[in-house]
Ligand binder design. Structure first.
Ligand code: FRU
Length: 481
């Protein structure tokens, strides 16, 4: 949709990622699908481009790609600021707010002197909201960090379930009506990474690919600081959930994304069999200093999430939602050929926004990959090191990097080739690079701030050759025009 306060054409303005027109944004909140619309609420400061006065901004989309901005949905009140939370469709009016019809209920943290959980409801598709008179519905029990309720309907036990971050644990609560909540259990004392506080839990069930009879529960938990690339990031646990308690046999910490900028992940409620999530593309280490104006922060591309099992280990798969491909234009394709260190295959391709799909067979090269947003002095490298079997993103020369000592860096993830082949899908925007390795098994999300004129692309190989099996490069249309 046409934006009215900006043309969405600033040099670092994402062309197909969600950004508010102006001011500060952090976590996605209240993601829910209802009456043909995907709702995206988000942590928002209506008054400035740094964190503060936290409210819920609001946008809706019919296709997860084109967004229409709506007025701020929830503003701070006598209980405090409106921190992160979720939204549900109360189909059968369990809450009694809707005269026997269905409606939307938001469950969020009131952050005042203490953090407590509150609810609000909407009878008009999220356009106007009424805060419940009985707030808070879960008063603070004496825990300082007590926030980010993720609520969903649990069919088997016929009740609402809430996952809540409490210090560096996750607590579960249950309710029949969204107003009265009972504590059910706590998770995390002996699992996961604990380098920082836990935030923004997400919990859902997924079928295991290739095992039609097996389903598992995935608990996603954000941690700040102490994530794999430094600062804030997400870990996940695969296990069982019986409506009250989450259990897992998982021993190792599993990371959702190996880049620096994928935080506070939330999945849409009410999407049937599809499981779609997105995250805030930023990192608390430097979030308030990234060099964009008049807005600050962006969301990732919405991703469809699934689960595979290999050698007894469950792995999360993330792929851009299929709706994304409508943005493709000017696709160019290359087939089987040997790539040498001196190749100029892509020297005539330019793009501020590009999607790259590649299958590359390992030969004698030590390292290979793509350089994107390339100019004479800037480039962002997406590479594969064949000796360490690591996929990496190097943004040390990606443009403006000096606004924080935590920004420039090289981020990497172990990724084994499959049949001597590495598969890459790369989404390049004006200020981000999302890399999906081996069909979404390994993901790295990073912001970059290159000069708009630097739009070159290169397929590189070092120390030998690789065999290009398939390559497609798509130019991407803006979602804001
Ligand atoms: C995560 C977070 C949440 C909190 C919100 C406040 O980024 O710290 O835990 O609810 O941001 O804006």
């Amino acid at each position: 949709k046409k934006a009215n306060e900006t043309q969405y054409n600033e040099p670092y303005r994402p062309q197909y990622h969600f950004t508010p027109q102006k001011n500060w944004m952090n976590d996605p909140n209240g993601l829910v699908y209802y009456n043909g619309e995907y709702h995206l609420f988000y942590q928002y400061n209506p008054y400035g481009d740094k964190w503060g006065h936290m409210s819920w901004g609001h946008a809706v989309s019919k296709d997860l790609i084109h967004w229409e901005h709506l007025p701020v949905a929830l503003k701070e009140d006598e209980l405090g600021m409106i921190f992160s939370g979720s939204a549900v469709v109360d189909q059968h009016d369990t809450s009694g707010f809707f005269d026997g019809k269905s409606g939307m209920v938001a469950i969020y943290t009131s952050a005042g002197e203490t953090q407590q959980q509150s609810i609000a409801y909407s009878k008009d598709n999220g356009r106007t909201w009424h805060k419940y008179k009985g707030n808070p519905v879960i008063p603070n029990p004496g825990i300082k960090d007590f926030r980010d309720p993720k609520v969903f309907w649990h069919d088997k036990t016929d009740q609402w379930v809430m996952a809540l971050a409490a210090g560096d644990r996750i607590q579960f609560y249950t309710s029949k009506n969204l107003k009265n909540w009972s504590f059910a259990s706590e998770f995390g004392a002996n699992q996961g990474a604990h380098g920082g506080v836990w935030e923004c839990p997400e919990l859902f069930q997924l079928p295991v690919k290739g095992n039609p009879d097996e389903t598992k529960w995935v608990l996603q938990v954000d941690i700040n600081p102490g994530a794999v690339a430094g600062g804030s990031g997400g870990q996940y646990f695969v296990g069982e959930f019986d409506g009250k308690k989450f259990t897992t046999d998982q021993k190792d910490v599993q990371w959702v994304d190996y880049g620096k900028d994928f935080y506070a992940t939330q999945a849409w409620n009410n999407t049937g069999k599809r499981r779609i999530w997105l995250a805030w593309m930023n990192n608390w280490q430097y979030a308030q200093d990234i060099p964009t104006s008049p807005w600050r922060s962006a969301m990732s591309i919405p991703r469809e999430v699934s689960l595979t099992k290999r050698d007894g280990e469950y792995t999360l798969i993330q792929e851009p939602v299929r709706e994304f491909s409508q943005l493709r234009e000017d696709t160019r394709t290359w087939g089987n050929r040997m790539i040498t260190p001196k190749n100029h295959l892509l020297s005539d391709i330019k793009g501020e926004t590009l999607e790259i799909e590649a299958e590359i067979r390992l030969k004698t090269a030590k390292e290979f990959g793509f350089k994107v947003r390339k100019g004479s002095e800037e480039e962002t490298v997406i590479g594969y090191d064949t000796q360490t079997q690591k996929l990496f993103v190097d943004r040390t020369k990606s443009g403006e990097t000096d606004f924080s000592e935590h920004f420039p860096g090289i981020y990497e993830a172990k990724m084994e080739p499959v049949n001597h082949t590495v598969q890459l899908r790369i989404l390049v925007d004006r200020s981000s690079v999302e890399v999906f390795g081996n069909d979404g098994e390994t993901v790295l999300t990073n912001r970059i701030f290159p000069d708009l004129k630097n739009q070159g692309l290169e397929l590189f190989t070092e120390g030998g050759n690789v065999k290009l099996k398939k390559l497609k490069v798509h130019r991407l249309k803006s979602a804001w025009k």
